[in-house]
Design a protein around this ligand. Sequence first.
Ligand code: PMV
Length: 318
Amino acid sequence: MQATAQAQPNIALVKYWGKRDLDRNLPAVSSLSVTLDSLWTRMSVSFDGREADSLEVNGADSPDMLARVSRCLDYVAGEDRPRARVTSESNFPIGAGLASSASAFAALVVAADAAAGTGHDRLTLARLAGAISGSAARSLYGGIVELIAGADEIDVHRLMDADEWPLEVIVAVTEEGPKPVGSGDAMIRGAETSPFYPGWIEQQDADMQTAREAVIARGFAALAGVAEHNCLKMHSVMWSSRPPIVYWNKATLACMETVRALQAEGHSVFFTIDAGPQVKAVCLPKSAGAVESALAQTEGVIHTMQSRLGAGARLIGA
Ligand code: PMV
């Protein structure tokens, strides 16, 4: 009745932004991501039959996230399951636009499934994680991952193994506090108020196709072009929402300029930015050292983290 699982965050290169079905948390668009290696979240679940579920994050009680964790346990093990003690540990800041909910819920469904003995298959676990946090569905898989938004269900699969195309990701952290608006609320606001939202939805399948072809051909320049374009379109929806949502700060823009300068020097690198002010630079291994040091020296950057691509969520102990 006890299990521990680990998952790593993933970074979308073609973004999920917008919901088709609010109750089931179904995404309005497909997305494509890379799963990281060196940043991780470990979740332990023990269905010990206590009076109410409890959640500890990095050693401290965490009532804020408890409702979502309980709902996730219900999805995996049924509402009549025994109550559980859940503990979580991460080696990177949570709730700051670093996809901590993706690694947390991906690890949680795997641990809960093992602890409850439910034996769900991987796609089912991805769908259950995605029902809580859309991006979490992608962290069930390693390497380069595609999520296809169907009308009723999502389909998620690995497009390429981590070692088939050894990309590197450097994260420039520019602010450590929690984000002002959560991504779920921001997506709803965008759908209701941004004049750009219909265009965003309409073009997504074409961006997915371009990105998929670039990955299969290992065409870095083609992937860079579509990923930056897709990221800036998503942020255009946020900026044009009412009231507007601007997650960027001065250092976010400075990092984008750093990436432009590196590209002008001939480095294979591009940027992407999620619902927060951090900049993620994706590059080929030969450019990783130069990208890391240029971002670390960019004004306003607090620290950087570097990672290769890694594996999907998995059990690490019982
Ligand atoms: O999974 P959520 O609800 O935290 O939304 C994630 C949204 C983005 O990170 C901005 C984009 C993405 O595809 O991961």
